[in-house]
Design a protein around this ligand. Structure first.
Ligand SMILES: Nc1ncnc2c1ncn2[C@@H]1O[C@H](COP(=O)(O)OP(=O)(O)OP(=O)(O)O)[C@@H](O)[C@H]1O
Ligand SMILES: [Mg+2]
Length: 299
């Protein structure tokens, strides 16, 4: 715990950060993905991690999972140096379709999220474990198909089970790598709200990698936006602006707010985001624009 002066002159205890990066850099060979990254995340804080393909978003999560060493600097989770197998960390991986021949049941896969937890041996331990899995399945509405083999489930059903697995272990930090992919709009909302509730109720800090910020915009406290080795950190109102993104992309970018949604518009050919559709020539013959951030869950 660190202490800050309270307004009455006494010191008020502050919770330890859920995660911290200090002077962090990551590179492969002679390529630096990002460097000089200082980020302290409070318990319960919701951080959206944005940036184009290959900017190093998933790699950042791998660092925090202890799977990828930093080139420079330090990374801590819940006050300790990152390490693999940390049961304070929940992880929803960037989606991969599961082999159709996979016979492991959804219920059992969710239970793997509890590996490393101490439920004790015997009937009581087994019962507590079963209850936790049951509750996690109910939270994502996956009870109806939890006993089917993973391989026969749809992409969205598999994804809801991954979310249940990550939440099952009661994590202090939740690392989400594009968790809304392949979910329909209703389930995008279900999953986003579930994660939001978790951070409010249990103080779980969330790092949420996404190419589409609109479905989660009301929940986001701060944005980490990584582009081509550079980054910006701040509230959505600070980072998702024409000025900040023009600076970050080093090319003219307009950020529009349309019916509460963020729409990012860049000059043609600007590599803003994989969802951009480059249009070399607009219908009026003027230079085309690329647009991203166009799809959103209605609020
Ligand atoms: N172990 C590795 N060795 C060499 N290069 C790597 C390694 N891991 C990742 N990279 C490279 O680092 C870059 C960033 O990868 P990363 O997966 O972090 O991108 P991302 O921002 O998550 O992109 P996307 O939006 O496509 O998921 C990529 O160019 C990738 O090829
Ligand atoms: Mg990625």
């Amino acid at each position: 715990m660190t202490a800050l002066p309270a307004t009455d002159g006494r010191t008020a205890p502050q919770p330890a950060p859920a995660l911290a990066l200090r002077g962090a850099a990551l590179g492969f060979g002679d390529r630096t993905l990002w460097s000089g990254l200082d980020l302290t995340v409070r318990p319960g804080e919701f951080i959206a991690v944005l940036g184009p393909n290959g900017s190093g978003k998933s790699s950042l999560l791998k660092v925090l999972l202890g799977l990828q060493p930093l080139s420079h600097g330090e990374a801590e989770v819940a006050g300790r140096a990152v390490r693999t197998g940390n049961d304070r960390v929940g992880y929803i991986p960037q989606q991969k379709l599961i082999d159709p021949d996979t016979t492991v049941r959804g219920r059992d896969m969710v239970g793997f999220g509890l590996d490393g937890h101490r439920f004790g041996v015997g009937l009581r331990g087994r019962r507590r474990r079963r209850e936790r899995v049951y509750a996690a399945l109910a939270e994502v509405g996956a009870g109806a198909y939890a006993d089917r083999p993973m391989g026969v489930l749809s992409g969205g059903e598999q994804q809801r089970l991954r979310v249940a697995q990550a939440l099952c272990g009661d994590p202090a930090v939740l690392l989400c790598d594009e968790p809304l992919l392949s979910l329909d709009l209703a389930n995008q909302q279900t999953v986003a709200r579930l994660i939001d509730r978790r951070r409010h109720d249990a103080g779980t800090a969330v790092l949420f990698v996404t190419h589409e910020v609109n479905p989660i915009l009301p929940m986001v406290d701060r944005v980490l936006y990584i582009v081509d080795g550079r980054f910006a950190v701040g509230t959505p109102d600070e980072v998702l602006t024409s000025e900040a993104l023009t600076d970050l992309y080093r090319t003219p970018v307009d950020v529009l707010r349309v019916h509460g949604r963020v729409v990012v518009v860049g000059a043609a050919g600007a590599p803003l985001d994989p969802h951009c559709q480059a249009s070399p020539l607009a219908p009026d013959g003027s230079a085309g624009r690329t647009v991203t951030g166009g799809t959103a869950v209605p609020r």
